[in-house]
Write a new protein. Structure first.
Length: 176
């Protein structure tokens, strides 16, 4: 009987040890699954954050690149007016208007330097071939000495800011 009690006690202890071992193994598996899920979530969040960071950097870069666009658009009509003033003054009495023309040319030069320093390039000159990406053909004229789509006259120059067309050149082109 004593041997039986000891055997039963040993069996119970062995069973309890197995249950504890199984429970620990089950807990370890659950914990490992949670760790795996958290690591996966961490990797996904890290990738999402990296994509967000890249997208925001691209947006900021774009904003900075085209930051002064509205200021530039406001200055362009002034340049056009100055060019018209010079053209008009040159057609009138040269003696009275000489100093006016000099002053206007100085102002025009300063503004052109300002634009150049801001990476703004003008385009649209007589003799260019029409490019619909950068020119607006306002009128057509016939000149048999020139090729079709050649710019004969420029109403307003066009302007590029970095790689973006701020304003198309308004031109007269040749059509035979």
């Amino acid at each position: 009987m004593l041997a039986e009690k000891i055997a039963n006690k040993t069996k119970k202890q062995t069973t309890k040890k197995k249950e504890i071992k199984n429970k620990k193994k089950s807990n370890n598996n659950e914990l490992q699954n949670k760790i795996d899920q958290l690591e996966d979530k961490h990797i996904r969040l890290k990738a999402e954050f990296e994509n967000f960071r890249k997208r925001k950097n691209k947006e900021i870069s774009s904003l900075l690149q085209y930051d002064g666009e509205s200021v530039i658009k406001d200055i362009l009509p002034i340049i056009d007016d100055i060019e018209r003033m010079v053209d008009s003054a040159e057609q009138g009495n040269k003696d009275n208007e000489k100093s006016l023309i000099e002053g206007i040319n100085i102002l025009k030069t300063k503004i052109e330097r300002f634009l150049e320093n801001k990476n703004i390039e003008s385009f649209g000159v007589k003799g260019e071939v029409l490019d619909p990406e950068i020119h607006d053909a306002m009128l057509t004229q016939k000149d048999n000495k020139k090729d079709d789509n050649t710019v004969l006259d420029v109403f307003e120059k066009g302007y590029l800011y970095h790689d973006k067309v701020i304003r198309h050149a308004k031109v007269v082109i040749n059509k035979k």
